[in-house]
Unconditional design. Structure first.
Length: 173
């Protein structure tokens, strides 16, 4: 199954997801260090990385949505996994957006507690990790965004046909 949002045959979504993942993780680290030492630098780092993470997630979501809507067959298991992947990523995005909205006004102080930021960032990173597992499943198990060779395409069609025959046989029984 080919990606519908690609540059020179390379899927765009996997190119972009690394930025929000790294920035979300950095946001969590920034909040943790700020909670430990109270140094404004670490809060500012968490805020800056949160801004880039939220923006990067919004940017990465566009080709991901295109691939899910146009590239993944309707009624397939991959469609369901893709929806769960998107749902977890949107949840992470909302958590980080709430964190950003809460802390962005503290760029120049006054000092504020890090507990809410830590909780939101930890939950957001956990959602991002779970979404990553599902994204990996989409690539490895369902070959989303993979350019198959001719023999792989034949094998893929054979497997899909066998699954469909099994589904129809099970329903008839």
């Amino acid at each position: 199954m080919y990606s519908k949002a690609a540059i020179a045959g390379h899927p765009v979504h996997p190119m972009l997801v690394n930025y929000p993942i790294a920035c979300y993780t950095g946001t969590l680290v920034g909040f943790a260090v700020y909670a430990a030492n109270g140094n404004q630098f670490w809060l500012n780092l968490a805020i800056a990385l949160n801004i880039v993470g939220v923006g990067g997630a919004l940017l990465a979501a566009v080709p991901g949505l295109i691939d899910w809507a146009l590239g993944v067959p309707h009624g397939s298991a991959a469609k369901t996994v893709g929806l769960a992947h998107a749902g977890l990523n949107v949840t992470a995005l909302v958590l980080f957006a709430i964190s950003l909205g809460t802390y962005v006004t503290h760029w120049n102080g006054p000092a504020t507690g890090a507990t809410l930021g830590l909780a939101l960032a930890a939950a957001g990173v956990a959602c991002t990790i779970a979404a990553g597992v599902l994204g990996w499943m989409l690539v490895q198990d369902y070959h989303i965004g993979i350019r198959l060779t001719s023999s792989q395409e034949r094998d893929e069609l054979t497997v899909q046909s066998t699954r469909l025959i099994g589904i129809h046989h099970d329903r008839a029984a």
